[in-house]
Design a protein around this ligand. Structure first.
Ligand SMILES: [Zn+2]
Length: 125
């Protein structure tokens, strides 16, 4: 797949996701959530991500598995862990789909009216 094709796929995925969101049931609810401090830890190097995950969290919770693509820790302050890439100018890219998913976890910890992103599809359909 060429670069133009991959750009088109990424754009189409975003538009498809937005079209899907627009198709969901409407609500009159309003949400205002002050997140205070949320720590985002994003890593370009998987080994460094694992090393810090082991040092910061698995040292305290050895039963926790290896660092996943995206993780929310319900600590105080909350933490979101994810991967990192870069564009051709060196600007860092956090994965929007993962960040959105994990941010929903953080929001739900503040406001239980917010959907559990792990049950998102099951609870819609
Ligand atoms: Zn999740």
């Amino acid at each position: 797949m060429g670069i133009g094709d991959r750009a088109a796929v990424a754009g189409a995925c975003f538009n498809d996701y937005q079209a899907w969101f627009d198709s969901l049931s409407a609500t009159d609810a309003t949400v205002v959530i002050d997140l205070g401090t949320v720590i985002i830890r994003a890593f370009g190097a998987p080994a460094e991500k694992q090393r810090q995950w082991d040092e910061i969290w698995r040292s305290r919770y050895p039963e926790w598995g290896p660092a996943a693509a995206g993780v929310t820790v319900s600590s105080q302050p909350r933490e979101i862990w994810c991967d990192l890439r870069q564009d051709r100018n060196g600007n860092l890219i956090l994965p929007p789909h993962v960040l959105g998913h994990e941010l929903l976890h953080v929001l739900r910890l503040q406001d239980p009216r917010i959907v559990d992103p792990d049950r998102l599809i099951d609870d819609i359909y």
